[in-house]
Every structure is written in C-alpha cells, then in structure tokens.
Design a binder for this molecule. Structure first.
Ligand code: 13P
Length: 289
C-alpha cells in the first residue's frame, strides 16, 4: 500500500494546530519548484563497509524501501562494493554511484578508476570534489577535469562545494562557493548542465553532528542557483538539483528538505543504517502545494 506519507509529514510540520509561517512558505515554494527538478536522496558511504556488508545492507534496505516514487535514490559506495551493490539493487529504483573517478580515460595511473569503468560496472552517479578528497590534495582544476571525463562517460556527477568554519566566520562563504562552482563547471556547455547535481556541504558540518540550520543551508543553495542562473540561464537554474550535505539525518532532514532551494541530501553517516536512510527518503516526500 502506498501510504500518503505527506500527510504524516504535514502533521510533523504543525505547530499548535497550525503550520508555522516558515513551513507554509516553504511548502508553497516547494510546490512550485517540484515541477521543475528532481529530488535526490544520495548516500555517501565514504570508506565504510565491505562487499559482504554491502550485500547485507542492500537486502535490509530493499525490505524497507517505500513504494512511493517521490524522489530518486542513490548510494555512492566504495569502488570494491560497487559490484555487490549493483547486483543487489538491480531490480530496484536505487541507483549506485562511486565516490570518485579519474580525470583520465585510461593508461598508466596505478590505483585510479576511469569513469567508463564505473559505467560498465553499473554506476549511474559519481561524487566529485568532496571536501575529504580536496583535503587529500584534489584541486579545483582536478574536479573540473574529472567532471568533463564523467560527463563524457555518461555518469551523473554530484559536484561538492563547501566552506570551512573559518571562511564562514570571516564572511567569505558566498565568494568561496562562487569560486568553487565556477571553477568546477568551467567549460561545461549549456546543454550538459542539467546532467550535473551540485551538493553544498559545509565542511564544519560534515561528520560533526553539527548541521547548518535550514536557513543557512537554504541561503547557500539559493546562492548556488543564482550562480547557475547567471552562467546557464534561468531555465537551467530552475531545473538544477542542489543537495545539502553535512550531518543530515532522520531528525533534521524534513526541515532541510522543506527549503525551496534544497532538492535533496548527500548523506554520510545516516546512509550507513538502512532505517535512518529510509526515514530521510520518507522525509523527502514533502507536501506539494
Ligand atoms: P555526514 O552526513 O556523515 O556528516 O557526511 C556528510 C558528507 O560528507 C556526505 O558527502
């Protein structure tokens, strides 16, 4: 049975019998936006789980997945877990993704994995420019090169951006995000921009349990959409899926996902537990105006 989950969500949104003003506005705008772009709930497992554990997780997840199709679902897993994940989720709506790919198509790059290898293994998505990879030395130029390779191979890149706490406190968040997005998307032709997903992941909120408030997250996601609008036009900006990531969990997802410019989540820790991940998927079933 397809439970009209949104009714349950509306109830959680009620404050003393009335929806809060912020909630009502978010609902209305959400309803308008929903028509134009996809909601995506994506997990990023980082360096967690073995292939055996992947199989067990997927079996459990299959039993919990809601029947309704209000959002796309993806799990980006360690490279060695991709075959097990793809096999387990073949008959489901859960797409599998990778956490990185090479900027090169083939050759003498020991330890690297090419985008078309990921496609052949059954991946649909690839996370690029995660702050944890940037901390290992990945540059904006690397992210841009990988983005082009991923697009050419037919993958959907999930491009990450986000500021440090020091940058936020210095008031340079917008400038920093603008720079990261512009450099990551350099040379992307207009007809390809809709194949890209952007994830805003404030570094200070990753794995810390500290989440950006819905307002903070919305402000930056809205800013990202403005950057896209200026560079790729309003139709593309309206169609762009922008995710929030950074300690999104089953407790805070509903309010974050209610924001008009937040079209989904990129979830680390909470995507490792089937019940929590499913709760977030359910929270993406927002009331549409
Ligand atoms: P957490 O959800 O564990 O904070 O991780 C967020 C993240 O980095 C997703 O890519």
């Amino acid at each position: 049975q397809v439970v009209p989950t949104y009714l349950l969500r509306v109830r959680t949104c009620l404050r003393g019998g009335r929806a809060s003003p912020a909630c009502r506005i978010a609902e209305r705008e959400r309803g308008m936006n929903r028509k134009y772009r996809k909601t995506l709930i994506a997990g990023n497992w980082k360096m967690n789980k073995t292939p055996t554990q992947t199989k067990a997780f997927m079996t459990e997840l299959k039993g919990l997945l809601p029947k309704g199709r209000w959002c796309d679902i993806a799990l980006c897993v360690p490279a060695v877990c991709i075959p097990a994940a793809v096999r387990a989720m073949r008959e489901t709506r859960v797409a599998i993704g990778a956490e990185n790919c090479s900027a090169h198509t083939a050759g003498a790059y020991t330890g690297e994995i090419a985008a078309d290898m990921l496609v052949d293994a059954g991946c649909k998505y690839v996370i690029l420019g995660h702050s944890e990879r940037r901390a290992m030395g990945e540059t904006d130029a690397d992210v841009n090169a990988k983005l082009h390779t991923a697009l050419d191979a037919g993958l959907i890149p999930i491009v990450c951006c986000g500021e440090t706490l020091a940058q936020r406190e210095s008031g340079v968040t917008e400038e920093w995000i603008t720079m990261q997005i512009k450099l990551a998307l350099a040379g992307v032709p207009e007809e390809k921009i809709r194949r890209i997903v952007i994830a805003y992941e404030p570094i200070w909120a990753i794995g810390t349990g500290e989440t950006a408030t819905p307002e903070q997250a919305e402000e930056v996601c809205q800013h990202i959409r403005t950057i896209i609008r200026k560079r790729f036009g309003s139709k593309n900006a309206r169609a762009m899926t922008i995710l929030y990531g950074g300690s999104m969990n089953e407790k805070n997802a509903f309010e974050l996902l209610a924001q008009p410019d937040i079209d989904g989540g990129l979830i680390g820790g909470a995507s490792l537990v089937p019940e929590k991940f499913v709760r977030i998927i359910e929270d993406a079933n927002q009331p549409v105006g």
